[in-house]
Every structure is written in structure tokens, then in C-alpha cells.
Design a protein. Structure first.
Length: 433
């Protein structure tokens, strides 16, 4: 078999066989197939898609490219959650400790930033000492004792996805249903959790721009999970506005803490309640309504925040940075963005807002870039809000002030204004199970 022929076949829109997909996945994982051929194939998949059978074969091959974790010692208590990627999406930092405080075993693998979206592992690395790489034994012990363990993708777990993920991030080959579905589900299946909640984002800041595509992605991932005997639900959620107010790594950790401390409500709290309630409902086999009451009480009583501190400490993180999140920020510069006109914000191009955060240093432009943990944005006004000319609508943070001009231009170009009142957008478009 030759990689050249596989690329050509997909470029012509033909269906690849299971053996061709296995050949690609195994060759790329071993380093026998170079990045340029893998990116050519990913681009052909972006243009021509994959059949359900090809997507299933790609998911299976990537899942089997490394170890498959056995969480059977937790019975049906193990659960995982995954977002398809968004802007300001710090839900894992809130949902995981909340579910764990309610007895769920959250043994979870998370990703780094991808394209214009942030990644949980990058966010957690803004906490000094926090280890996102643990041995298999440490991972299991922490999940067992604390009820939560969250690590980056190890070299042993779905390594094919790990390599492809980094490649797709910089070759404009992220937003493809088969590539996203196989990337997410290969990891989720290899990570072993019995119940999985998927947060499928939809809108200008998501990889899926329409509700129809988001639903198709959700159904593809649910089918993959069910084929492997897992309990899977998907929430289709709005990514036409950034989630919460913080976009950037340390900023998002600080916002997650304020939600768990009960200081912050709004869209980020509401969505986390729904995600956690669906996990708890699946694991405890209770209704979502019953689970929601437990979740709200768990956050409101401070138990979820206590669990977060226990978890951060158990993975080597300095808990004083969670108790006082101002410590998370190194030396940084700050600049306000003011509205040039008055009116109602009628749309936010949320992908551009994610790109603004990257331009400030919060994301990677090239694979080898390091992240400025303090960089990012606080977004004060969102779609439906009225602003007056000169009002501060956002604040930018970066350790490099020369980045501000370009970032501000990008941010302002993301906003559309209307003279007439605009309805606030909905948050959750549906739950699929
Ligand atoms: N999250 C993933 O893990 N993979 C993708 O391809 C997109 C979002």
C-alpha cells in the first residue's frame, strides 16, 4: 500500500477501505508517514468527507493506536465529558469537580488549544506545579481517592490522535465532522469511562457553524460510543457568543473558581449545571431534574469548590493559587477596548474573538509556540447588550503590549451593532441521547 494512492483516492472522493485507514493510522503513529502526507489526507477528508463506515474505522484505528484504559474497578461510576471546542469554554474545570463531589469518578483526558479554541490542559498548566502528565497508576489512584483526575493525552493513549490533533491545529484541517468525531471518540473510548457527556458547540465560535452540522456530529459520536457499549449523551450548545466573560488560560481558571465559589452566575454557571446534571443523571440513574437539584446544592454549599482544591492539590498544583487567583497572573499589561458607537450588539463573530485571544498570546500560531498564561480578554458586553459610545466593552491582557493594536482591531471587527433592541441568544439547543 502507498500513502500517495490513499491521498489520491480520498482526493477523488472515493471511500477508503478499513485496511487503508489502518495503514495510514499505524504508519503515521510510527513516524513512517510524514506530516505533509498526513496533512494532505486530512485536507482531502475536509473537502470530501467520510462515510459512516470510514469514520467508524478511523475512530477504531486511532483508539487502538495505543493503550485502552480499563476503568472497570469503578463499575458504572466512571464518567467523562468532552467539548468539541469553544471560546471561553472552561466548563471541564467546573463540571468535573462538581460531579466528583457527588460521587462520580471523573477519570478524564483533556486536550490543548486547537485552532481558535482553548484547551483545558493549557488552562490547568497556568497553576504552578499542576501535573498534566501522570503514570497510569497515579491516574487511577487519584481518580479513586479524589474522584477526579484530569490529564493531557499521554504518549500511550490514542497517540495517533495526539499527533494528528497537533497537525490539524496548524494546517486548517480541524472543522470536519469525521475528523472531529474520530478525534474525540477515539480518546473517550480509550480513556475507558462508562458514561460520556458531549458538549457539542454550534455557532460562529465553534467548528460546527450550524445546528444541523452540530447535530450530525453529535449523532456520529453517540453512535461510536454506543457501538462500544458506552452511555452517551450530547448537549448542543450555543457558541455564537463566548462563554462566560474570560477568554485565556489563567483568566479562565480564575473565572471557573469564581463560579465554584458561588460568586459568579450567568451562562457559564447555567451550562455547567446542565452538563453536570446529565453526568450525574446517567451515573446515578436518576432524572435530570433530580440530578440538577443535587448539582445546584453541591455548588451552592461550596462542596464542589472544596473538591476542586483537593483535586488541584492531588495533582501537584499549588492550591494557594486557587484560593487567591490573582496569584495566577505574572507580569502583564492591560488595555481597555471601548465601543466606537452606541447601540445594541447584534452579533459577535466568536471565532474572531478566539483569534483575538491567540493574538494576545493565549494560543499557539505554530505547533512549537509557548503560551502566555496571563494573556487573553475579559468580555463585558455580549449579544443583546446595549452599549454607549466610549463604554468599556472588553479588556485585553498580554505580557507584550505591542500585541494590543492588532488584537483590538480584530476584536472590534468581530462585533456587529444595531440601533434596535436585539434578543439575547439561547444557550442550550437540545439534548440528544
Ligand atoms: N476536540 C478534539 O478533541 N478533537 C477535535 O478534533 C476537535 C475538538
Amino acid at each position: 500500500m502507498r500513502m500517495y494512492d490513499i491521498i489520491q483516492k480520498k482526493r477523488e472522493g472515493l471511500e477508503l477501505s478499513v485496511d487503508e485507514i489502518k495503514f495510514f493510522v499505524s504508519g503515521y503513529t510510527k513516524g513512517e508517514i510524514p506530516d505533509y502526507q498526513a496533512s494532505a489526507l486530512c485536507m482531502a477528508i475536509c473537502f470530501n468527507g467520510m462515510t459512516d463506515a470510514e469514520t467508524a474505522a478511523l475512530t477504531e484505528a486511532m483508539m487502538r493506536s495505543g493503550d485502552v484504559i480499563d476503568l472497570s474497578r469503578f463499575g458504572n461510576l466512571s464518567a467523562d465529558k468532552h467539548s468539541t471546542g469553544g471560546v471561553g469554554d472552561k466548563t471541564s474545570l467546573i463540571v468535573a469537580p462538581t460531579a466528583a463531589a457527588l460521587g462520580v469518578k471523573m477519570a478524564k483526558m483533556s486536550g490543548r488549544g486547537l485552532g481558535h479554541t482553548g484547551g483545558t490542559v493549557d488552562k490547568l498548566e497556568s497553576i504552578p506545579g499542576f501535573k498534566t502528565t501522570l503514570s497510569g497508576e497515579e491516574f487511577m489512584d487519584t481518580a479513586d481517592k479524589v474522584g477526579i483526575c484530569l490529564v493531557g493525552q499521554s504518549a500511550h493513549l490514542a497517540p495517533a490522535d495526539k499527533k494528528l490533533y497537533a497537525l490539524r491545529d496548524v494546517t486548517a484541517t480541524v472543522d470536519s465532522i469525521p475528523l472531529i468525531a474520530s478525534s474525540i471518540m477515539s480518546k473517550k473510548l480509550a480513556a475507558g469511562a462508562h458514561s460520556i457527556v458531549l458538549d457539542v458547540k454550534c455557532g460562529s465560535g465553534a467548528f460546527m457553524k450550524t445546528e444541523k452540522d452540530a447535530k450530525k456530529l453529535a449523532e456520529t459520536m453517540i453512535a461510536a460510543g454506543k457501538a462500544h457499549g458506552r452511555n452517551v449523551r450530547a448537549l448542543i450548545t450555543n457558541m455564537d457568543i463566548p462563554l462566560g466573560t474570560a477568554v485565556g488560560n489563567a483568566l479562565e481558571v480564575a473565572e471557573a473558581v469564581s463560579v465554584l465559589k458561588g460568586e459568579k452566575r450567568g451562562d457559564i454557571y447555567d451550562i455547567c449545571v446542565e452538563l453536570a446534571s446529565n453526568i450525574v443523571s446517567m451515573v446515578k440513574e436518576i432524572t435530570t431534574g433530580e440530578a440538577r437539584a443535587l448539582v445546584k446544592d453541591c455548588v451552592g454549599s461550596g462542596r464542589a469548590f472544596e473538591k476542586m482544591k483537593e483535586w488541584i492539590g492531588a495533582q501537584g498544583g499549588d492550591v494557594s493559587y486557587i484560593e487567591d487567583t490573582s496569584k495566577l497572573f505574572g507580569r502583564y499589561c492591560k488595555r481597555e477596548i471601548k465601543a466606537a458607537q452606541s447601540g445594541y450588539i447584534s452579533a459577535m463573530n466568536t471565532e474572531q474573538i478566539g483569534i483575538t485571544a491567540s493574538l494576545l498570546g493565549a494560543g499557539r500560531i505554530r505547533k512549537e509556540d509557548t503560551i502566555d498564561m496571563s494573556a487573553g480578554l475579559e468580555v463585558f458586553k455580549k449579544t443583546g447588550d446595549r452599549v454607549g459610545a466610549g463604554d468599556v466593552i472588553a479588556v485585553m491582557y498580554s505580557s507584550d503590549a505591542s500585541r494590543f493594536d492588532n488584537a483590538e482591531k480584530t476584536y472590534l471587527s468581530a462585533l456587529t451593532f444595531s440601533d434596535l433592541p436585539v434578543e439575547k441568544p439561547g444557550l442550550i439547543f437540545g439534548v440528544i441521547s
